[in-house]
Ligand binder design. Structure first.
Ligand SMILES: Cc1cc2nc3c(=O)[nH]c(=O)nc-3n(C[C@H](O)[C@H](O)[C@H](O)COP(=O)(O)OP(=O)(O)OC[C@H]3O[C@@H](n4cnc5c(N)ncnc54)[C@H](O)[C@@H]3O)c2cc1C
Length: 383
């Protein structure tokens, strides 16, 4: 997108896919995003359209209705949404955070039930881990699933759930026992009696994203709604973390590149003291520093993508990537907003919304402090 570093891993087929996705995003998403932000949600129909373009769950096997594409297709889909400043449609959560639970741990029956519809966008998925009193520390989860004659009864409350108002499938973490191994994951059909959507929460950014409270009031689940095995929750959670954090790295790097692109254009046009703002040495140095960050970030993110593709991306490295790219996006958006002056504070400018949208990346998917904890554990392993 910016001329930061060459990206030889992409081949002609990826470039064709990128052109197709870029066209779709420019025509069907970008022009409506501000309106969706005012509405606090995106229309359901856009999911079906994205599915038709092949942007959802790119890597799902053909056996389950997917394209069985390589991971670089996913990278393209994530980047094109970020380049267009379009965090509203929660495609990344759906494709890269929720659906992989089904792909990686689902039984054939669970895969057959959910994956084909997740690929087309007919069904929308969300991850429901966080609770009012349990975010960083998931051992505090109180949502409970109790065995019944025919399956399970699920009760509890979740909060901050992205895609909360639209989701058809909630991947829910619930306690099935009181000990440390007593966490299990359930695939919960949102249409079941007792699943209630609470408030769509007001946020400082990402206004088109329907982050919500979700309640489970004695929801009757079948035995076949349990993912993997009873007590396998922590194992399933840990398995997906590197990919989740890589997703955030990819998005943050692309958003930072988009903010830089817009800012270079703005300062080239904007006049002050008889010259373009771009001609002030401060502007040139600020944007030079941003570009140095983008260069380092591009090298890092593409290396992380390579490591994920060859199966060598470990939890500590993914955490380091998340820490660095989310903080880099924060300082890039801040510096670029400043160069827009007052207009940078106005929501009609992308940089204003990008600044507010960026803030959550240091919190969701594991806070910066938790990333530091994970990295520190690699330096001083527990005995
Ligand atoms: C917009 C948005 C969307 C989200 N989407 C989802 C979603 O789709 N699904 C979902 O399940 N969750 C989602 N979350 C929840 C998100 O993952 C949590 O907010 C995050 O993990 C932090 O948990 P918490 O908010 O409970 O903060 P807390 O855990 O209460 O943390 C408060 C502060 O304490 C610090 N802290 C905690 N533990 C430690 C420690 N050991 N050492 C040092 N500092 C520590 C934290 O870093 C933070 O600064 C979303 C959150 C937001 C804001």
């Amino acid at each position: 997108m910016t001329d930061v570093l060459a990206r030889p891993m992409f081949e002609a087929e990826h470039r064709e896919f990128r052109a197709q996705v870029r066209r779709f995003v420019a025509e069907r998403i970008a022009p409506h995003h501000l309106e969706w932000e005012r509405q606090g949600c995106v229309p359901r129909a856009i999911w079906r359209e994205a599915g038709a373009v092949g942007m959802l769950c790119c890597t799902v096997d053909e056996q389950w209705g997917g394209a069985g594409a390589d991971y670089l297709y996913t990278v393209v889909a994530l980047e094109e949404m970020a380049y267009a400043h379009a965090p509203g449609p929660g495609f990344a959560i759906h494709s890269e955070m929720a659906s992989p639970y089904v792909s990686n741990f689902g039984s054939d029956a669970q895969k057959a039930r959910w994956l084909p519809r997740l690929v087309t966008g007919e069904a929308i998925a969300a991850v429901a881990m966080t609770e009012p009193a349990a975010g960083s520390d998931l051992r505090g989860i109180r949502t409970r699933a109790v065995r019944t004659a025919s399956g399970w009864r699920l009760s509890g409350q979740k909060v901050f759930i992205s895609n909360g108002q639209l989701a058809d499938l909630f991947v829910v973490a619930a306690r099935t026992d009181d000990d440390a191994k007593g966490l299990s994951i359930f695939l919960v059909d949102a249409a079941l009696p007792g699943v209630q959507r609470g408030r769509r929460l007001e946020k400082m950014g990402q206004h088109a994203q329907d982050t919500s409270e979700i309640f489970f009031d004695g929801v009757a689940l079948a035995e076949g709604d349990l993912l993997a095995a009873e007590g396998a929750g922590m194992k399933c959670l840990a398995h997906g973390l590197a990919r989740e954090r890589l997703t955030i790295c990819i998005i943050c790097q692309a958003r930072a590149e988009a903010v830089f692109r817009d800012t270079v254009a703005y300062v080239g046009e904007r006049q002050a003291f008889g010259q373009a703002v771009a001609q002030f040495q401060n502007t040139r140095f600020q944007l030079a520093a941003v570009k140095a960050d983008l260069t380092a970030g591009r090298a890092l993110v593409d290396r992380l993508i390579g490591a994920y593709r060859d199966g060598s991306l470990d939890e500590t490295t993914a955490a380091a990537g998340k820490l660095w790219t989310t903080e880099m996006l924060g300082r890039t958006a801040d510096a670029c907003l400043q160069l827009h002056g007052g207009w940078g504070y106005m929501s009609e400018y992308n940089v204003s919304r990008a600044y507010a949208d960026a803030r959550v990346e240091r919190i969701a998917g594991g806070t910066s402090e938790i990333m530091k904890e994970i990295i520190a554990r690699g330096i001083w392993p527990r005995r």
